[in-house]
Design a protein around this ligand. Sequence first.
Ligand code: PFF
Length: 458
Amino acid sequence: MTNRENFGSKLGAVLAAAGSAVGLGNIWRFPIETGRNGGAAFIIVYILCILLIGLPVMLSEFMIGRHTQANTARAYQKLAPNTQWKWVGRLGVFSAFFIMCYYCVVAGWTIEYAMLAITNQFAGKTANDFPKIFNEFAANPWMPIIWLIAFVVMTHFVIVKGVTKGIERWSKILMPLLFGLVVLLVVCAVTSPGAKEGIEFMLKPDFSKITGKTVLSAMGQAFYSLSLGMGCLCTYASYFDKKTSLGKTALQVASIDTMIALMAGFIIFPAASTAGYHLAPEDVGASLLFITLPNVFQQAFSSLPILGYIFSVMFYLLVILAALTSMISLHEVVTSYMSEEFKWTRKRAAITETIVCILLGCICSLSFGVLNDVRLFDMTIFDLFDWTSSNIFLPIGGMFISLFAGWYLDKQIFRDEITNYGLSSAPYFKALIFLLRYIVPLAIIAIIVNQLGIVSLL
Ligand code: PFF
């Protein structure tokens, strides 16, 4: 544990954390939530959630990680020895592992779709063909598993290289590529002939759609999108050097994440309106990415098929990059935990994590085919991993992080970390503590109660 690495540069630290945040959530959930919930009105609510809930929790995770320079489970033990707070860190490691097991399945699908796009398999297909292509592929026992193994192995090789030579180096390569692709796709989409309707839809606020439920979905989305609540950012912050400004870094990561989510909207809505397709509330998640969008891209550029081809290839490469950088961060949470707690080499910890993740990933993958009948709480295995981690573990983790930082921890430690021991000022400190003590926990309780359907709140 003595030879812990640090990120070699501030840029590397920001890009790695932003890489964790920017993921499938930005592309397959944010645009459609915006579509469902009143366009720009939802965006305003979402940005408020980022500012009032996301940023305080992110700052708390950064503070805990950087102060303790340890994996997320050890971090709580260091700050609160001989207490039960260690379970917050352990829950984080567990959640990261849980998310990884289903995230790698979808990540694997993105490789298949990038391949289909590259080999021009979408050409000439109609709206009726795409559900069949996807359902047959997902139910096939072999291909999805091969791709998920490929994806986890790619992640593995980045992780074994270490923090600077692996995570930081690859974040510095993958994130600029991701930005470049997003910008090109936005330019292509907004200049397409029928883009105006889609752009107007994103920009026109419809406040009548804002209900209590909308606010809860915006909060849940902000949480998931910023990778909060499970020690991911805490683990990355344990590699920040003492000069990194936590406030600035948090603001940069949140801004990048929100910008990419908005840009995903400016890719998807203009392309859909050009194709004459009205995105429906069911066009969410896998159905949006793998059934609706390949069709939309096909139809939107039907007069210039080469553009449709380039657009589809760039889009699925973008999704691969987004998923890869998030997977890397998930892998790191568990690898750093196992190597530091069990005193294993990084390689041994990473291999163990990779193998177990592949095994559970295969089970999640098979739940679209041969294991489809296996249901727990009325959910397939895949849905169970997805639902429990996003709706239960992350919010519970986030709530305890805010209670820990707001109530338990010595304020001086928090202030010292945020001001880099007095080198900068933090005029927002009192407001931050207020949010962490009252607003964040109450908001998260509302999310959990609503998700569990204990009380139909709204
Ligand atoms: N933030 C990622 C996304 O938007 O897809 C998902 C995620 C990654 C959640 C890492 C949590 C995490 F620790």
